[in-house]
Design a protein around this ligand. Sequence first.
Ligand SMILES: [Fe+2]
Length: 308
Amino acid sequence: MKLKNGKSFSCVALLAGASRDGRRAVQPISTEPLVAGVLVAGLDSGGPGPDRRASRDRSPTFVRYLIVSDIHANWEALEAVLQHAQGTYEKILCCGDLVGYGADPNRVVDWSREAVTAVVRGNHDKACVGLDDLEWFNPVARTAALWTENALTPENLSYLRNLPKGPLTVDSFQILHGSPLDEDEYLISTLAATQVTAYLEVSPSFFGHTHLQGGFVFRRTGVRRIEKLGAQVQQRVVHLKEDALYLINPGSVGQPRDGDPRAAYLIYDTGEHRLEYRRVSYPVAAAQAKIRNAGLPDVLADRLAVGV
Ligand SMILES: [Fe+2]
C-alpha cells in the first residue's frame, strides 16, 4: 500500500476486512511484542536544555514541531511546557481540546490564535461553543463546558467554532483529535488502534483525546503500544523507522490521565525523523486554586494532583 506521503506499507493489508464504507470489525494483526530494538528508544537522562543541534546545518524544509494536545484551559501547565521547550522547536501544532475543565480558556485561546501554526478541534472545543450535544458529557464536563462558553470572549468563541475537523495534513504528516475515522473516538487499546490503521493516510499521525502519552507503532510483525515515561524520566527519544506506521499521542498538557501529573508534550523533528516525548512539572496548586475560585467542580482541581 502506498500512503499519501509516499511510504509503502503492507501491514495494513493484514487487516482483513478493513473497509472505508463503515465500521466493519477487522481481524487484528498479531499483538506479539516486536523484536527488541525495533523501536529505538534512546533514553536521555536530562531535560531538553539548550538547543543541542543548533550548530548543525539543517535544510530549511526540515522543521522541529512542538506538538501539544488536550490543554483544557490550564494556563500554568501550558506555560511550563513553553518554557521547558524553549529553543527546541520552530512551530507549534495542537491536536485539540484547547478548552474545557480548566479556568483559563481565554488565555489559552488567545495564545493559540497568536502562536499555533495549526490546530484541529477537540470534542470539548465543540461542546464549549454549542457545536456538540452536551447530553454526551458527564455532569462535571457539562458544567465546565457551560461555564467555559459563558467565559469566552466573542472573538475566542468564533475562533473555536471555526477550528477545522481533523485529520489535518501538515507537511507530510497529519494531526487529529480522536482517530482517523472519528474525531470523538478514543484510541486506547492496541485492538482499537489496529482497526483504524487501514484508514491512516500518512505516517506519522498525531492524535490526542485519551490524555495518555505514547501511541502505537505498527510493523509487519505486529502492533506495539509506546509506553509512557517513567515517573523520574523527563524525556524519551524515538527514532522513526521507514518500515513502520506510527500513531503518536503527545499526551495531555493540562489534564494528564496516565497517573503522572506532569504536563506532557512532544517534539517531532522532520529532518531527523525522531520524536522526543517529554514531561515537565508545573505549579498544580495555582491551577487548582483558579478552578476552585471560578466555582468549577472540585474534582477538576483534585484530579490534577494525581494525573487521572
Ligand atoms: Fe481532552
